[in-house]
Design a protein around this ligand. Sequence first.
Ligand SMILES: [Zn+2]
Length: 281
Amino acid sequence: MIPQQGSENVTAGRDGDGPIEPLGTVHRGFSSRNRHRFWRLLAKLDRRRLMDVSQRPAVVSLTFDDVPESAASLGAPVLERHGVRGTFYVASGLCGQEDEQWRVASLGQVRDLAAAGHEIGCHTSRHVNVQSLGRDELTRECDVNAERLAQACGVARPTNFAYPFGDLGLRQKWILEERFASCRTIYERLNVGTVDLGLVGAIGLFDRTFDRRRLERLVRDAKMRRAWLVFYTHDVGDAPTGIGTSPRLLDETLTILRDQGVQCSTVAEALAQYRLGGRGT
Ligand SMILES: [Zn+2]
């Protein structure tokens, strides 16, 4: 089952693993809910892997979570028509499965996305809330996902991660930061100035929430502030879910980016460009 994303009000431990035992006894007496909030708050305050994005003009990355079939069959072609590639965060254990909201892309479709030049990122293997996982379980989730993607799709080991449910705790953030170049949240914000790569902000590109005027305003703001603007969405269709996007809105977004001269790159490409340092205006 694929949960609703787009909110920080998420439920931890959906797989019944229970929360990790925290460090020490500082939380004693906390309810489970408060304990999750506490570790989520510490994760938000933690800033260890920093990168300055102000050195370059604004960059936009289009990302897709869970990868419903429609993201591959209808979304990717829109990007490709504009000469753009996206980042697709895959929980490969769900590939080919039917969900309440959509059917998840098959491993074959993921292979085709990679072959077309799109980036395949990690979203755990089973789409599990990482706050429920200890180090070994979390490492295994990522290992299993990488192995399946390599064997079934010929995909190189993913270098970027998106938190399922948008949820995380401090210890999981540290573990994932060791492994991945970036970890994307669903915290709605532009990435401006010195960015925490373990807590990359993203803005939901949903028909429910965006129209052309808001898009243009956001892109102008990103340009002015030399931001890294990361969009995220799920399904793609003429009547998308509340956390999905129509082909029309995707096309409109890419047209606005082109007209305003804003570069659109996968997450991996954007990070590589930032590492190279500032050029251009
Ligand atoms: Zn997800």
